[in-house]
Design a protein around this ligand. Structure first.
Ligand code: SF4
Length: 404
């Protein structure tokens, strides 16, 4: 086991990186040749009997591995499964993805969130087909030049698809490495990242780098869990500093999360006959490229105000004024259909879903239509079903369907 917790600090060294570096070498020191060999053997032995059968583990196709890795960055294995199957049924090859419209890609991404990742997948597929004859590179630097592929994803593709050594650090391995090393600092800080990537480099120098990386992630997911790690069942407990020191519940240091901001927004299904007004979210906006009903923040209602007559009247006044100012539209009626609550990054959103009749023949004014470079269309609910929408827009559209 490692020796003292704090390394000897360099006499006369300036504060910052040199201090951290000396401490880090001390933390890494126990993980040298023979210990690393034992660690890898135990890890692979455990993985051989505990690995979950996952579809992206049954292939060496870099395209399929890449799709799974991008999807898994934002949600759980269980949630990804149906998306992965649907996406690959629609785009079985990188050529099929490159040839698709962005709208179709976003539609299949709908519900996964982080739509920029879906757009980057599409752009990267086009680069691979146009510049690399459809072949994925295996070098880290070349992989990282592709849109949306960072250091972790490049390492995952290189090691899982090509079985070449590459370090990986993601949520599960970050926690596992921090505990194995007994690192008390913030593993997401620059100093923490330097340490963990260096450790990952050492672990990856194996004859079976793909298996090693899969096994490290699986151990982090199944045993070295965020709460109550199952240390007694862990194949690496004999070389885990956190376990030896009883600090596994304090490591990694908790992430400091930004304060949550409550926001109230209104979304309005403006109707002309059978059609509803939908707009494409402009570049740079939240959910860029997706379609949604008219939506904007409101200030006349707080997060907790009841929707009684008085609050409703205040809200309706504000919505009428906004529709007039933004779209040049005077609405005849406003009704609340439902309320949705959801979170986006650090915002906790109360969304009031309203319906309104817009006089037939009144088009959106040209000036308002181009404000924010939004495109707009009047479409039936059946036509809206084929557009990519954010989850709340889709829920609203389905509520309108039920109401019909
Ligand atoms: Fe994680 Fe416990 Fe295993 Fe250490 S012994 S790696 S803390 S599960």
């Amino acid at each position: 086991m490692p020796g003292g917790r704090q390394g000897q600090k360099n006499a006369g060294a300036p504060p910052g990186r040199l201090w951290a570096s000396a401490d880090h070498q001390e933390l890494l020191r126990p993980f040298s040749g023979p210990v690393l060999g034992t660690l890898r053997r135990r890890l692979l032995g455990w993985y051989a009997t505990h690995a979950r059968p996952l579809p992206w583990r049954e292939t060496c196709d870099p395209y399929r591995i890449w799709i799974s890795e991008i999807m898994l960055q934002q949600t759980t294995v269980k949630a990804v499964m149906p998306y992965y199957a649907r996406f690959l049924a629609a785009f079985p090859t990188v050529h099929a993805l490159a040839a698709a419209t962005e709208s179709r890609v976003l539609q299949l991404w709908e519900g996964l969130g982080y739509y920029s990742r879906g757009r980057n997948l599409h752009r990267a597929a086009q680069v691979i087909c146009a510049e690399l004859q459809g072949d994925f590179p295996s070098e880290l630097a070349a992989l990282q030049k592709l849109p949306g592929i960072g250091r972790y994803t490049a390492g995952a593709i290189r090691s899982f698809a090509f079985d070449l050594p590459a370090p990986i650090v993601e949520a599960n391995t970050l926690r596992l490495y921090a505990r194995l090393l007994g690192y008390p600092g913030d593993p997401r800080s620059r100093a923490g990242q330097l340490l963990l990537w260096e450790f990952a480099e050492r672990l990856a120098q194996s004859k079976t780098p793909g298996q090693i990386n899969q096994a490290l992630m699986e151990l982090g997911a199944q045993v070295c869990t965020p709460v109550d790690p199952d240390c007694l069942a862990c194949p690496l407990k004999s070389c885990c500093r956190a376990f030896a020191e009883g600090t596994q519940k304090e490591i990694p240091a908790p992430q400091i999360r930004p304060a949550v901001t409550p926001v109230v927004e209104a979304t309005i299904a403006l109707r002309q006959g059978e059609c509803f007004l939908v707009q494409q979210r402009p570049v740079g906006a939240r959910w860029a490229g997706l379609w949604d009903f008219v939506r904007f923040p409101v200030t006349s209602l707080s997060e907790s105000d009841p929707l009684d007559v008085e609050c409703r009247n205040r809200l309706f006044c504000e919505v009428h004024a906004e529709l007039q100012n933004r779209h040049g539209l005077r609405t005849e009626t406003l009704q609340v259909l439902q309320e949705l609550r959801h979170s986006v990054t650090r915002y906790r959103i109360r969304l009031i879903c309203l319906t309104a009749e817009s006089p037939v023949g009144r088009a959106i004014t040209p000036a308002a239509a181009t404000a924010g470079a939004e495109r707009h269309q009047w479409l039936t609910l059946q036509e809206i079903e084929r557009l990519p929408m954010p989850v709340t827009g889709r829920k609203f559209a389905r509520a309108l369907h039920r109401q019909e």
